[in-house]
Design a protein around this ligand. Sequence first.
Ligand code: SF4
Length: 235
Amino acid sequence: MDEHLNELISDLKTYLEYLKGMGIDSLPISKNFLERPNPSDLLTLQRIRKELGDCKRCKLHRTRRTIVFGEGNERAALMFIGEGPGYDEDVQGRPFVGKAGQLLTKIIQSIQLQREEVYITNIIKCRPPQNRNPEPDEIETCTPFLMKQIQAIQPKIICALGTFSAQTLLKTNAKITTLRGKVYDLEGIQVIPTYHPAFLLRNPDKKKEVWEDMKKIQQFMSQIERTYPEGKDSR
Ligand code: SF4
């Protein structure tokens, strides 16, 4: 049995080396979810943004000022996914730039990373009026674009910020209090839910839990760096 396994591993190594020699340095994570069937269909963030266009697919387009698509490293090993744009984000067209965003920047820096090294986006790209919660039809309409962003970036880790992000990614109705503290597998991507920075601003006593979640992310990131010693982008 061991011999057979060793043989399989050896064959796999040879095959991966062959692909590397062909200039292919990454593989699709899963057949049916994140697959890249054809190089001509290769998803890029640019293409996804173009496809989104001046989106009017859900009712949020009526009240938004700007579509907040996302920003950061398009080859990021780590993605942060929040709920939706707020006032400042809607004005500036960038994710997490208000007070909660400043806190997120500090959280990212606390694990020795910079905003530019990760990718930051939300499950919905337009601000709900008065910052109300996103509604199910809005999430359903917008999420395919998020999934395409994930497919294009191929992160190793996703930090889901807050209830709506965690519930959408993990397809559950469980609350963030139940979901956080554990690591989930999303087609080969480690999903680590934590509290939304806006919630943290209102509940600073929860910082300890977020720090625990960040330490987990940091551990995973150091494993990735060991696997890909040339750098986080070399995946
Ligand atoms: S929230 Fe998403 S689906 Fe709705 S209008 Fe904005 S970009 Fe389009």
